[in-house]
Design a protein around this ligand. Structure first.
Ligand SMILES: [Zn+2]
Length: 307
């Protein structure tokens, strides 16, 4: 029996998946203790894995590999920086081997890229995709003919930091006008606030309690502000995708992350916006919703070991 562990390390929680024969058979979630620059995170993960191995009566010899997805740039299994964990320059494979006490097979990748790998393989695709995850941040992963990339400094697919307006809102990266400030949670809420304050459109939204979930749920029910917010986000995102397409020329853009629950209303508007901005050479590129939700990272880690 061969097993794989897929470990999706997050700033708040870490998801650990145990895979057997292409199936996710067990899922665990532990808190990521980010105290003291995240020095406990990897130890806590290792302890949980040891506990699972004992419970499931699995020996380390039966593990094909351990895949890690982390929220930051990675080059050759070295985590360059994870701001929300406090990690900097950690050779994660070496550290994990030391903690687990065996020379096991370890692979590490950026979480959004790895989520792209998960979606790509789970959907059984054999083409080129750009995966975009919409949440607090906006991340992405590029897979070209089945191959994923890290980039020179591990920042491949950092779609959230494509510049939309050099004088735009301040981004978490310290620059102004990144895509993330329009298509991430803060962007949705800012558009809604502006429209409510303008007062030209009717809405059931509460200006003091804005969230993309409320915005797109109401948009689907015909709320004027909700619809306009979706259109504005889709306009910027579609514009960015038109530019990405001119470089990557993917078959499909796959939209995931918490905000992608907006569903068809976002996808339809995105396609329309993309068609407006994209040059003739990339016409025909389509948009699809991601399928794996919160499990995409664990699946990606699994496929990273298997492929
Ligand atoms: Zn940025």
């Amino acid at each position: 029996m061969r097993y794989v562990f897929g470990i999706d390390v997050g700033g708040t929680t870490t998801k650990i998946g145990l895979f057997q024969d292409d199936k996710l058979i067990k899922k665990y979630q532990i808190r990521s203790n980010t105290e003291e620059k995240g020095k406990y995170v990897l130890g806590d993960i290792t302890n949980k894995i040891k506990e699972v191995l004992k419970e499931e009566k699995i020996s380390l010899k039966d593990i094909e590999g351990f895949g890690f997805g982390v929220p930051g740039p990675v080059v050759k299994n070295k985590v360059i920086r994870c701001a929300n964990l406090g990690w900097e320059n950690i050779q994660l494979d070496k550290e994990f081997k030391r903690l687990i006490g065996e020379d096991v097979y370890v692979k590490v990748g950026n979480d959004a890229t790895i989520a792209a790998v998960g979606e790509y393989n789970k959907m059984g695709l054999d083409k080129s995709i750009v995966f975009i995850t919409l949440g607090t941040g906006v991340g992405g992963g590029v897979i070209s003919n089945g191959i994923w990339f890290e980039g020179a400094t591990g920042a491949n697919g950092e779609i959230g930091h494509i510049n939309i307006d050099k004088n735009g809102p301040l981004c978490s990266c310290g620059k102004r006008g990144c895509l993330e400030t329009y298509a991430g949670i803060r962007g949705w809420n800012r558009f809604a606030k502006e429209l409510i304050e303008e007062g030209k459109l009717t809405t059931k939204l509460d200006i003091n309690n804005l969230d993309p979930r409320f915005i797109h749920t109401l948009a689907k029910k015909g709320d004027e502000v909700g619809i306009e917010v979706v259109k504005r986000v889709a306009d910027v995102l579609g514009y960015a995708c038109a530019n990405i397409a001119a470089i990557v020329n993917p078959d499909v853009f796959i939209i995931g992350g918490g905000i992608s629950n907006a569903g068809w209303i976002l996808i339809d508007n995105l396609q329309e916006s993309f068609n407006k901005y994209a040059f003739y050479g990339v016409k025909g590129t389509t948009f699809e919703l991601a399928k794996l939700g919160n499990d995409a990272g664990m699946y990606g880690c699994y496929y990273m070991i298997k492929k």
